[in-house]
Design a protein around this ligand. Structure first.
Ligand code: HDL
Ligand code: ZN
Length: 415
């Protein structure tokens, strides 16, 4: 195999491999309005909303007063007609439209809307998952979200390939108001945490674990997260979340670095990021050797320290290029340093998709970048006379795109 054959083999292996998308905000069709899809949802994705305000003389209140189709028309006109879709989020829409056979240079959304209106949603979901080669995905399931809670409590069907993740942000980041929600459901909780209230909160989680059968528990944690400290969060982590994960044999996913509501006028688009404390992650891994942790951090400046932490703690599995990191230039940088520091013992990417068809661009763009960086790693071996085989390449790629996750959540190949 010469270098050009090597490159072709790596690209082929990465393009072909089915991926388990370990963090998304997607839902199956049975979840009704929570399943977001189609051109108007794609164009009003909060990444594009944020970009709109930089290129159009419209204020947030004026924008929020528009209907969703009007918002989508304005975004299309501003970011795709009056400007070139150069950003990752706008280029992603171009990729989605190409994958679906739509013309991204149309002056309006007439053609696209007619296309999406013609679709059968169940078939469309299957087609998008197949095109993106997403064999399974993990949802983000919030037991404190009234609409979602209602759907689970009435036993809404959920296809097995839509794995569940029990998301605990309100519990860990806003105990004051969340404990009242839990108490209203008949659990003995309260602002002041006592051993009895901790076990009642565990009983609440046990009930949701039985209902959802999640593959992991998860929380996004702010950039100024520290552990341990004297906040309710540390008490709940140590007294509820970690023992619950241990008892149920579930990993805990920590997504660290967000600055929620930096610009509240922008709604979902108003969150920013901050440099976080990786020493807290190391303390958690050290304190809980029997637990497995999935960790992703939002600041580019945290990535190297996260790799080093993973070298110190084999119960720490770094994953994905999250949110503001999911841009080809940063995916390349982060993937290269992970390969150099961790070999194939990490999960290179997740989509974080909120709108179904985003899978098409998020995975197409990531596969292209990951293949390029992975090739460089194999080329370095080639130049030392090491002849890597196609079997080795397939093995390494399968480990990163699904194997590492399966072993973390204890789901053998067949499940
Ligand atoms: O907290 C999260 O899971 C983040 O992914 C947020 O949902 C964020 O708004 C997002 O969609 N990032 O891509
Ligand atoms: Zn997310």
């Amino acid at each position: 195999m010469d270098p050009s054959e090597l490159r072709r083999n790596v690209e082929e292996a990465v393009q072909r491999i089915a991926v388990i998308d370990i963090h998304t905000h997607l839902y199956p069709a049975s979840f009704g309005g929570l399943c977001r899809w189609g051109i108007d949802e794609l164009l009003t994705y909060h990444y594009l909303v944020a970009e709109l305000f930089r290129s159009a003389p419209v204020s947030p209140p004026q924008f929020w007063a528009l209907t969703r189709p009007q918002q989508a028309d304005l975004i299309w006109e501003t970011l795709f007609v009056r400007n070139t879709p150069l950003s990752e989020a706008t280029a992603g829409i171009v990729t989605v439209m190409k994958e679906l056979g739509l013309d991204p240079s149309q002056p309006d959304l007439k053609e696209a809307r007619l296309y999406f209106a013609s679709l059968n949603l169940d078939q469309h979901i299957e087609r998008v998952l197949d095109l993106a080669k997403v064999s399974e995905l993990v949802m983000t399931n919030d037991p404190f979200h009234p609409q979602e809670r209602n759907l689970w409590e009435k036993g809404t069907a959920c296809p097995e390939r839509f794995h569940r993740a029990l998301r605990l942000d309100p519990l860990l980041n806003d105990w004051g108001s969340t404990q009242a929600l839990i108490a209203a459901q008949g659990f003995e909780t309260g602002k002041q945490l006592s051993p009895q209230r901790l076990s009642e909160t565990r009983r609440f989680l046990d009930q949701w674990i039985a209902r959802l059968r999640p593959v992991y528990l998860a929380a996004s944690l702010p950039f100024d997260f520290t552990y341990p400290d004297d906040s309710p969060r540390s008490i709940l982590l140590r007294g509820v979340v970690f023992p619950t994960c241990l008892e149920h044999g579930l990993p805990f996913a920590m997504m660290i670095g967000v600055a929620r509501g930096t610009n509240p006028d922008l709604g979902e688009a108003g969150d920013s990021l901050g440099y976080a404390d990786t020493a807290s992650v190391e303390r958690i891994c050290w304190e809980n050797p029997g637990l497995r942790f999935l960790v992703t951090m939002l600041s580019r400046e945290n990535q190297h320290a996260l790799c080093v932490a993973a070298r110190k703690f084999s119960n720490l599995l770094p994953f994905g290029c999250w949110w503001f990191l999911n841009n080809p230039s940063i995916v390349a940088e982060v993937t290269a340093e992970r390969l150099e520091l961790l070999g194939a013992s990490f999960i290179p990417q997740h989509s974080d998709a909120r709108i179904l068809e985003q899978l098409l661009y998020k995975w197409a763009h990531s596969r292209r970048t990951i293949a390029r960086v992975l090739f460089d790693s194999y080329l370095r071996l080639f130049e030392q006379g090491y002849r890597v085989t196609r079997q080795q390449i397939d093995r390494d790629v399968a480990r990163m795109f699904s194997g590492n996750f399966r072993s973390w959540v204890g789901r053998p190949e067949s499940s």
